[in-house]
Design a protein around this ligand. Structure first.
Ligand code: ATP
Length: 252
């Protein structure tokens, strides 16, 4: 990887770019993944590259949902594998949940590479190599899912997912947690809980919240989910962008 000096003002963002580019070089991230990262970066810039109050509230609701789930599953695509493989494995271990490789531009080769990467990071249960079911309402390649995994899950975490698949999973009656820096995306608007934050910050925060909330009663967890309003949280994220820009212009 290119040697990026820690003192560089855009250090975190440059490291993320390197990781995604490295994922493409190694064959587990698609070329389109580079463009998706660019779109994410743009929104992160507008948000001030920080975890906002709305994102923190969504993270708390997401942790409560995951803790109450009977069959939680964490979905992994090429960008997720490039950016936070270790962190996704840690969250899966904490929840005792499987990881499922779930690709928009599916190739058997890429699925295998990502599954191997996750296992190398210590993942106990990795699905996706042998899909045996389809999600209704999607075309064949994008519909593939695994029984005992995403297909049967009651709560699914889908970082950096596309809107159609998010909507199709919600239509199956699942609670869907998205991680997506774009508060205007169809994914963010269709999900049950949308964490509008960079996946680099969101996954460690979600793991930390899950650990903290594991001591709460079920009634308290239910209350947290009941009180969470996704549309309000998304409107909050948009407001946080305005506020950040307003501060920038005032200072500038
Ligand atoms: P939708 O169908 O939901 O409208 P889209 O077409 O805008 O989605 P995709 O290209 O399918 O988006 O998926 C990429 C999404 O992931 C984008 O919304 C982008 O903002 C988000 N994203 C990219 N990189 C990151 C990241 N590092 N952290 C969080 N979100 C990210």
């Amino acid at each position: 990887m290119t040697d990026i000096p820690k003192s560089h003002p855009r250090y975190a963002s440059l490291v993320a770019r390197e990781r995604v580019a490295n994922g493409v070089k190694k064959g587990f991230t698609s070329n389109q993944g580079l463009i998706a990262q660019g779109r994410g970066e743009c929104f992160d810039y507008l948000l001030g590259e920080r975890t906002t109050a709305s994102a923190a509230a969504a993270t708390q609701a997401a942790a409560a949902l995951l803790l109450m789930a009977e069959r939680p599953v964490l979905s992994v695509n090429g960008n997720v594998a490039a950016l936070v493989p270790e962190e996704m494995v840690a969250l899966a271990a904490l929840l005792g949940a499987p990881l499922e490789v779930n690709l928009f531009h599916r190739s058997e080769e890429r699925v295998k590479l990502i599954a191997r990467l996750l296992r190398e990071q210590g993942a106990e249960k990795v699905l996706g190599e042998n899909p045996d079911a389809t999600v209704p309402g999607l075309d064949h390649a994008r519909a593939l899912a695994t029984r005992g995994g995403i297909y049967d899950a009651d709560v699914v975490l889908i970082p950096l997912e596309d809107g159609d698949r998010c909507e199709a999973l919600v239509a199956m009656g699942k609670k869907v947690i998205a991680i997506d820096l774009n508060p205007l995306s169809r994914t963010a608007r269709k999900a049950t809980v949308s964490i509008v934050d960079n996946i680099l910050r969101a996954v460690p925060n979600l793991t930390e919240q899950t650990r903290l909330l594991s001591k709460e009663t079920r009634a308290d967890l239910e209350k947290m989910v009941m009180e969470y309003d996704n549309q309000k949280a998304l409107a909050g994220s948009v407001q946080e962008i305005w506020d950040h820009l307003d501060r920038q212009f005032r200072v500038g």
